[in-house]
Design a protein around this ligand. Sequence first.
Ligand code: ZN
Length: 321
Amino acid sequence: MYAKFNVSRDTANTFIGLLVNRRAYSIQAQQPLPNGKVPYYLARDWRTKEPKLLDADAVRMHLNGDITINLYAINPETQRSKWVAIDGDFDGAVEALFRLQWELKQDGVEAAIEQSRRGGHLWIFAATPLLASECRIYICNVALRLGVPVVGGGLKQGIEVFPKQDRLEDGEYGNAIRAPLGVHRKTNQRYWFYEASPAPEAQLSYLDGLKKLTEEELRNFIQGMELPEAYRPPAPAPYVSTRSTFNQAEFRILNFVKTTRKDSRNWWARCPSCSQIGKDRSGDNLSIQIKDPRYYKCWAGCTKEEIRAALGQPIRSKQTA
Ligand SMILES: [Zn+2]
């Protein structure tokens, strides 16, 4: 079992100052699903169903060990992030993170390594929020220089860089990462930063004392650099409204699920994959973008493949022209 704490509001505010740039957040379930996953749910107001805003009370509960929260990197209003986190959970990941930490130090960038279930997370904190696209250019180039593999461009094993997107469109959340210093519900353990004692106050004062990366420094580092080819997201396919060029009917999720409600950005529906295992009683785990219903997401963490399979519409392997 894990230690419980009773942190002060000041401690929670230090955490917010370092880590919170977007106030939508998600919460990890207390129990694993039958498939072993411990999903995250977008925190929502139970009455209005609108996303809840992260505040000092929720952060205190996270640090105390009552809930576990996940943070989104990018604030869509600014396309900026307060931090960069590098997730490594492959064989040799911890060694790769220490090499990255050393290499960053040569640039005068201080980074902290947090232990994780299967490897570690390396965190860099910003003096002021930095453009997600510029953070990604820098880190991917440092990794390339060191020969550290980065997930993307077909690579399945390697570090993952958060922010994972260059920018977010309206209504998108991007990828979230487990907030530091909380309890991982899969193992019921806390994973601490290596360089400070195992208590929230000591850990946060260590993080607060690190030198913060400024926009000026970052822009100097990436002068003349681009995002390495391999890490660029694939160009979006043009939207063909009825039939694709291969004359196959395009899959349309709205033809298969019954929506339960609608807000300004999304339709909401019962997730077919959750419902197969008796979950999603409230019928709103699945969001479907109104603007472009090709984009849908299960907030309990089901993959697109699982959702399509549950509908009897498995994803066929990609055809190439
Ligand atoms: Zn689901």
